[in-house]
Design a protein around this ligand. Structure first.
Ligand code: ADP
Length: 442
């Protein structure tokens, strides 16, 4: 097992990884920008290294600084968390070239799945269907023909995209040219590459994703699904597991399909296959080759520490659990608490001058903020995740309502009240909501 792990991240995920490291008896190194010297991950880590000024390009994305921090602290392995460099294949390569273990999949798999077209082609080779579309847009007429055959609306997406950026919906033939060029522009700005592809826009799908774990010896299991259909601007706001929509057979089938597809490419580590689900059909969208923000809901219903598994697998351990030993227990929901205006979703950085966290049975908080903490303006607005677990969905929802009521965050705008409102909506209560839920209730 590793002796020392450097956590190349900040905020709640840095703490999440740090806690598991400590349980495994691994020493931790925190890295931080000049804006984060008072951050909780810095306070709790065994060692910390300041790696640069506040802008992410000069700190959390600054590969030479991170490698230097690993060298001076004599680190064995680097955990990238999620976001930042977690899906940067070149970073994974550089980490390994310097003799550190990258706690995540091999760089070739990050590269393969990071390209959404290649990911779709790879999945298709294992019989996993994607949404009908055009991978390489040759001409406007080609899109027109596709529109005639499949009908509108369509959606343009960035090949190397993420975080819901670089997408444009097309409702009519006339919009094709403008949509392609504006999606290309946005993609170039956000991802440094302007390749885009086209898909049919599904009207009322659910976003359902499957969590998998694979070791270096070909053992692969899935841990069921997460329903992440409550989204704003294509970004997740609430996730839950299990999804009320899936039957036991559907769950087993999509789980098995995912396991087989991942095994076929000899994938290693944690991964999530994201699907859109409409009319009892699954359409593969993309694979995330990292730990996901919403992983706690899966942990709560399976009682498996995903970060512990991830670290053990990276250290070369053989996975002990078998698919038939994985039991799904009760229900879990996660609400993302963002420091932002709940109507406009504009970030609201600043000082938290009053803070009280909920507690009690079945309540879990993943957060790195505290009373007196000043949320910097340079980073993501998500400041906490509130997760509740219950014997069934009903109990889980009442527990979440109770926990949200207890939660006090003063000084910055946040999404607590928004979650309270969502939890009262009929379509949320029934579980029959789809990706348009937030637009429909506003
Ligand atoms: P990103 O990697 O930017 O998050 P995804 O491909 O995972 O992009 O899609 C994010 C969200 O965008 C989905 O959960 C869904 O709400 C919406 N979306 C993407 N593709 C489609 C599609 N073909 N039809 C309908 N909605 C879509």
């Amino acid at each position: 097992m590793f002796k020392k792990v450097l956590i190349a991240n900040r905020g709640e995920v840095a703490l999440r990884v740090l806690r598991t490291c400590r349980e495994l008896g691994i020493e931790t190194v925190a890295i931080h920008s000049e804006a984060d010297s008072e951050a909780m991950h810095v306070k709790l880590a065994d060692e910390s290294v300041c790696i640069g000024p506040p802008p992410v390009s000069q700190s959390y994305l600054n590969i030479p600084s991170i490698i230097t921090a690993a060298t001076i602290t004599n680190t064995d392995a680097i955990h990238p968390g999620y976001g930042f460099l977690s899906e940067n294949a070149r970073f994974a390569e550089i980490v390994e070239e310097h003799g550190y273990k990258f706690i995540g999949p091999k760089s070739e798999h990050i590269k393969l799945m990071g390209n959404k077209i290649k990911a779709k082609e790879t999945m298709l080779a294992s019989g996993v269907q994607s949404i009908p579309g055009i991978n390489e847009i040759g001409s406007i007429n080609q899109v027109k023909d596709f529109g005639k055959e499949y009908g509108y609306p369509l959606i343009i997406k960035a090949v190397n995209g993420g975080g819901g950026k670089g997408m444009r919906k097309i409702y009519d033939e006339k919009e094709i040219e403008d949509s392609i060029s504006s999606a290309k522009k946005e993609s170039l700005n956000a991802f440094g590459d302007d390749s885009v592809y086209l898909e049919k826009l599904l009207i009322n799908p659910k976003h359902i994703e499957i969590q998998i774990i694979a070791d270096q010896y070909g053992n692969v299991v899935h841990l069921g699904e997460r329903d992440c259909s409550v989204q704003r601007n294509h970004q997740k706001l609430i996730e839950e597991s299990p999804s009320v929509t899936l039957s036991k057979e559907e769950r087993e089938q999509i789980g098995l399909t995912s396991v087989n597809a991942v095994r076929a490419i000899k994938y290693e580590g944690l991964g999530t296959l994201e699907f859109l689900y409409e009319n009892n059909k699954f359409y593969f969208m993309e694979m995330n080759t990292r730990l996901q923000v919403e992983h706690p809901v899966t942990e709560m219903i399976t009682n498996i520490d995903l970060v512990k598994e991830q670290i053990r697998i990276a250290a070369g351990d053989k996975m002990k659990m078998q698919q038939n030993e994985i039991e799904i227990n009760g229900h879990a929901i996660e609400c993302r608490i963002n420091a932002e205006n709940p109507k406009t979703f504009i970030p609201s950085p600043g000082m938290i001058n009053r803070y009280h966290q909920p507690g009690g049975l079945g309540v879990r908080i993943e957060s790195a903020v505290y009373e007196g903490y000043k949320i910097p303006s340079h980073y993501d607005s998500m400041i906490a995740k509130l997760i509740t677990h219950g014997a069934d969905r009903e109990e889980c929802i009442s527990r979440m309502k109770r926990a949200l009521e207890e939660y006090v965050i003063m000084g910055v705008d946040n999404t607590i009240q928004l979650h309270q409102d969502i939890l009262k909506e009929n379509n949320f209560v029934s579980g029959k909501y789809n990706i348009n839920f937030m637009n429909d209730i506003r």
